[in-house]
Design a protein around this ligand. Structure first.
Ligand SMILES: *[C@@H]1O[C@H](CO)[C@@H](O)[C@H](O)[C@H]1NC(C)=O
Ligand SMILES: *[C@@H]1O[C@H](CO)[C@@H](O)[C@H](O)[C@H]1NC(C)=O
Ligand SMILES: *[C@@H]1O[C@H](CO)[C@@H](O)[C@H](O)[C@H]1NC(C)=O
Ligand SMILES: *[C@@H]1O[C@H](CO)[C@@H](O)[C@H](O)[C@H]1NC(C)=O
Ligand SMILES: [Zn+2]
Length: 528
């Protein structure tokens, strides 16, 4: 009753408000009384001296209402404004769009002892990742049909702390069955993922280039991408001679020629994706490029010729080099492998020059037992680097030496991944977008040791453990909910399961959308 009375005299109050510059409105619609957020407000302002927007880094305020960004004002306009709603002043901390990780394995359902949606998405929130896209393999069953996607969705229900989308699997069983692929795409996967070498999981077999071509022809109608693990096994890795505890033995077992062979086959397919070609509308994305020599050159050349092709690399390829990996330290095993320091420098160059489209974590955990931390056998240990919570400080810490700017970080981790995956209302702090925001302190250093709150299920297998990093996450907002702050998560897991809708069919060619995206390498107002 009281509320209704308040509403009936609302016009009068508004008039009064106009004459009182310090008037604050406490109406019930401002409050959001649930456990999805650590703050009980759905209308508030975030202020800071460094807000990363598509127009550059500004000092000012971001207004959030009903889960969306509703206005952005510069400092000058902010000081003149009469304020309604709560204000959270983050001072010198950076307010940036939340990270979008298009490559994560959360292993749920079926292998939750490896990770699982609850721990994985808590780690994401703690690391400033507001949306992730889960890979179709390493869960059981793998997401290769409309039916198995239903099981994924059920596993994620009320168990995710950030927004989660899903890739489906392109495998020999469905590659030549257009109706099966269409059923999977109609059920809402954002695109498909395929392997050109054994995936390490028996129920996710590899595909060859004819199957990839078939998959692309179906995807073309949907304008959704095909993501490919691009290595072709040229010789058996177990035939390799040498000490299995030595990293160089593993490195020799997966040479750059494997990546090169796969990418050669792929670009012979993607030439058909050019304007007017038989696969126009299809898009191929090479995941986790490691080889910065011929493989990189082939990709650059294909792009120059107009192929609809993009590629990512991961923070671990930019942070570590083969020379520093000690015998038996299988935390660093991943495929394709971490290569030498010269290769790492060339990857940085390709990233800074805008050839590499964006970054992704490839968070691929397992149990400490399967990582063989005790025996240290590189040839038999599970391959995958655990990193989801740390990608922001890692990108920043190692990137500072290369002059990386805040805008570049936002472009590689938010703007471009959002455009790539077709996430329309995400990827930038812009009016109308979801209020998916990370607040972080780039200058704050911390040691990633046992005292640091780590939320991935098995901290001991992370290659970053023991490192000193720069860039501490202060707070993370997902659709306006404060889901993480100062080591604490909101009690309820209120992330949204993102499904592709038919609307995505009508978007343009992914290549062109990305070309128009906020270019990396903008002259930074602030930087390293
Ligand atoms: C009402 O607004 C005032 C001024 O912003 C604030 O201090 C107070 O906490 C608000 N009350 C509620 C319940 O939000
Ligand atoms: C929030 O969580 C607390 C503690 O678990 C519970 O008592 C309360 O009812 C919850 N509130 C809502 C709105 O769900
Ligand atoms: C193709 O997939 C559909 C739907 O999953 C299935 O019913 C059908 O048997 C499959 N066709 C072939 C030839 O495998
Ligand atoms: C790919 O595998 C399919 C099914 O085994 C086969 O029919 C096709 O010829 C193969 N394509 C190539 C390029 O090896
Ligand atoms: Zn992966």
């Amino acid at each position: 009753m009281r509320t209704r009375l308040l509403w009936s005299i609302f016009p009068i109050l508004t008039l009064l408000a106009a004459s009182l510059s310090f008037f604050y409105l406490n109406d019930s619609s401002e409050l959001s009384l649930n456990n999805c957020s650590l703050i009980p407000y759905n209308h508030y302002w975030l202020t800071s001296k460094r807000i990363v927007t598509p127009q550059g880094v500004i000092s000012g305020a971001v207004e959030v209402k009903g889960g969306n960004v509703v206005s952005i004002v510069s400092e000058g306009d902010w000081s003149k404004k009469s304020k309604t709603g709560q204000v959270f002043d983050y001072g010198e901390a950076v307010i940036m769009p939340g990270l979008i990780d298009v490559h994560a394995h959360l292993d749920d359902p079926g292998r939750t002892e490896w990770e699982g949606f609850p721990s994985g998405t808590k780690a994401a929130a703690a690391g400033g990742v507001t949306t992730l896209i889960d890979m179709p393999l390493n869960s059981y069953p793998c997401t290769v049909s409309a039916e198995t996607l239903k099981l994924k969705l059920a596993a994620a229900e009320k168990r995710i702390h950030v927004d989660v989308g899903f890739w489906g699997g392109l495998v020999p069983e469905n590659a030549f069955n257009a109706s099966a692929l269409e059923a999977l795409l109609n059920a809402g996967v954002l695109g498909l993922k395929a392997f050109m070498c054994p995936s390490g999981i028996n129920d996710f077999p590899m595909t060859n280039s004819s199957q990839i071509k078939e998959g692309l022809s179906v995807l073309a109608k949907y304008k959704r991408p095909l993501l490919v693990h691009s290595e072709i096994q040229l010789d058996s890795p177990l035939d390799i001679e040498g000490d299995p505890r030595s990293y160089s033995t593993y490195l020799k077992s997966r040479p750059p020629s494997w990546e090169e062979a796969a990418i050669r086959e792929l670009v012979s397919v993607t030439k058909d994706t050019r304007n007017g070609g038989p696969l126009e509308g299809a898009h191929l994305h090479v995941v986790h490029l490691s080889d910065a020599s011929t493989s990189l050159d082939l990709l650059k050349e294909a792009k120059n010729k107009g192929d609809s092709i993009t590629f990512e690399t991961c923070p671990h390829y930019l942070a570590f080099s083969a020379e520093e990996i000690r015998d038996g330290d299988t935390r660093f095993k991943c495929s394709p492998p971490l290569r030498d320091a010269a290769n790492k420098e060339k990857l940085w160059e390709a990233l800074m020059e805008g050839h590499i489209d964006f970054l992704a974590s490839d968070h691929s955990p397992t149990t400490p037992e399967l990582k063989l931390l005790d025996s240290g056998n590189f040839l038999k240990a599970w391959g995958g680097v655990s990193s989801l919570q740390f990608v922001l400080p890692v990108t920043w810490t190692y990137g500072r030496k290369h002059g990386v700017t805040l805008e570049q970080v936002a472009s590689w981790w938010s703007e471009r991944p959002a455009k790539f995956a077709g996430l329309d209302s995400k990827g930038a702090i812009a009016i109308g977008n979801h209020a998916d925001i990370v607040v972080w302190k780039p200058e704050t250093e911390f040691n990633l040791n046992d005292d640091f709150p780590i939320f991935i299920k098995h901290p001991s297998i992370s290659a970053y453990l023991g490192r000193k990093l720069s860039g501490k996450v202060v707070a993370t907002f997902v659709r306006g909910n404060l889901v993480f702050e100062k080591g604490n998560h909101a009690p309820d897991a209120c992330g949204t399961r993102i499904l592709a809708t038919s609307k995505l069919n009508s978007r343009g060619r992914i290549q062109e959308i990305l070309a128009k995206a906020w270019k990396s390498g903008l002259s930074g107002v602030l930087g390293g």
